[in-house]
Ligand binder design. Structure first.
Ligand SMILES: [Zn+2]
Length: 471
């Protein structure tokens, strides 16, 4: 049996952590067994489906490297096939037309509730002899009225439903459009899906889908229902919770390698191992090790992993990815040091690429203003002479090396009898605008002579102007 899995999102919004996880599990399972992974867009819910969402789904999957072997299939392009099967089911007696109006259904419902019964369709049209040719109708599946539906869930074990609990499901609406559960069944059948890996919110659909598959004499796939992911507060992610939107993680500067590694571990484990490469996962992944209980999202853990990958992936790779982020922020990397150089010196300081972009900006363009508090503390008249001395020393340097710059600073501290820490702080404010920066001689080195002198000059002018305004 050739393994075939599918990822079948509805294009009603962006891709979220939870849906990416089922995509990832399905993708890995197919890869593990040299099977196929299919992408299917479940867009029959026309009103809510948006082409923008489709684009966002494709973009997200591509970014994460979850390539598909077939598709994307669109359910709205398969309507003829669904209609064909509904026709067959009507002819074989596995489905029937229900002429009850919305009003009548509500009346039945109201009566059942007032009698203390569970509301459900009363099946009045199931054995109708007369055909109402002109009346509007829906098509219902003739669900068995006795017996049980049993399936062996790969994650949760045996699950049993009594047929008596299941309604005669509507498979075609009065407007002629087939319903969600029916399209899923036909697609899984036509696409020869062997393993359905999806969220636990689909468990209740499964017995209905199995019954329809049986009525079509189809092979029943193996099901695996993945538990939900809770947010940081231990609650279910809400639709408005933008913190789980995949594209947002891209924008924040997370690496796909980190996100994949993080998401796989939300419910799957292999001993105590924390870090997994793609090629390792393709060999190790199995459905049996997926946890039955829900898992909790932790941004702290994800940041830790992202930092790990920033520091452990080849620097060439990180530099290439970072280039795009710099470009998105309109930073011209031609106007400053080589990115690989910066990365080698500073990458251990950052959790995300976006943080890196914010910090690296100062090497490529002039910063707009000094941090107010730092300026108050360090850009004062007493410090003008220190800056002038350093300016002259640097201006006369014939070589541009980190060691020489360190020596200049150390020398000035000794000759002017000033605490070295104080000089370092002063230079940080002058050259970067704020008190926090990496080692100051390497900052100078990366800025280059021209930019360093320019910023020293700007700081001196800034202080003079301040004195002028105050007096
Ligand atoms: Zn009816």
């Amino acid at each position: 049996m050739k393994v075939k899995t599918r990822f079948a999102p509805s294009p009603t919004g962006d891709l979220h952590i939870g849906s990416i996880r089922t995509a990832l599990y399905s993708w890995l399972f197919a890869r593990r067994y040299n099977g196929k992974f299919i992408l299917r867009i479940e867009d029959t819910d026309c009103e809510r489906s948006k082409s923008l969402s489709v684009q966002s789904i494709l973009k997200g999957l591509k970014w994460l490297g979850l390539n598909w072997d077939e598709g994307p299939y669109f359910q709205t392009q398969r309507l003829d096939r669904y209609k064909e099967l509904i026709e067959i089911m009507l002819n074989t007696g596995n489905a029937y037309k229900c002429y009850c109006s919305q009003k009548e259904i509500e009346k039945q419902r109201f009566k059942q509730i007032s009698e203390g019964k569970k509301p459900r369709y009363t099946r009045v049209c199931r054995n109708l002899k007369i055909k109402h040719v002109s009346k509007k109708y829906v098509v219902r599946f003739k669900n068995p009225t006795s017996g049980k539906v049993t399936f062996e869930d790969k994650i949760r074990g045996k699950i049993i439903f009594d047929n008596i609990e299941l309604d005669d499901l509507i498979i075609q609406r009065s407007n002629g459009i087939p319903t969600y559960n029916f399209c899923v069944v036909v697609d899984d059948l036509d696409m020869n899906i062997t393993h359905v890996i999806r969220g636990e919110d689909h468990i209740n659909n499964t017995p209905r889908q199995i019954n329809i598959l049986k009525s079509l004499n189809a092979q029943i796939p193996i099901y695996a229902h993945v538990s939900m992911i809770l947010n940081e507060n231990g609650k279910k992610f809400s639709k408005r919770d933008n913190s789980e939107n995949i594209i947002a993680y891209y924008k924040k500067g997370f690496l796909p390698e980190a996100l994949i590694n993080y998401i796989i571990r939300l419910g799957w484990s292999h001993g105590d191992q924390e870090i997994f490469s793609f090629s390792e996962l393709k060999k190790l992944f199995n459905l049996d090790s997926i946890n039955k209980s829900s898992s909790s999202f932790s941004i702290k853990k994800l940041l830790w992993l992202n930092k790990y990958y920033i520091n452990n992936l080849p620097v060439n790779h990180i530099a290439n990815v970072l280039k795009d982020y710099m470009k998105n922020e309109n930073i011209n990397i031609e106007k400053g040091p080589n990115l690989k150089f910066l990365l080698n010196l500073y990458k251990h300081r950052f959790h995300t690429l976006q943080d890196m972009v914010s910090s690296f900006r100062l090497f490529y363009e002039e910063f707009e203003s000094f941090d107010l508090q730092s300026a108050d503390e360090y850009l004062i008249s007493n410090n003008i002479y220190i800056l002038k001395k350093i300016f002259n020393r640097i201006k006369n340097l014939s070589f541009w090396k980190i060691e020489m710059l360190t020596e200049v600073i150390n020398n000035q501290a000794t000759t002017l009898n000033i605490d070295l820490k104080k000089i370092n702080m002063l230079l940080r404010v002058v050259l970067t605008g704020k008190k926090y920066s990496p080692n100051i001689s390497s900052v100078m080195f990366l800025l280059g002579k021209e930019k360093t002198l320019l910023r020293l000059k700007k700081a001196i002018i800034f202080i003079k102007n301040k004195i002028y305004i105050q007096s």
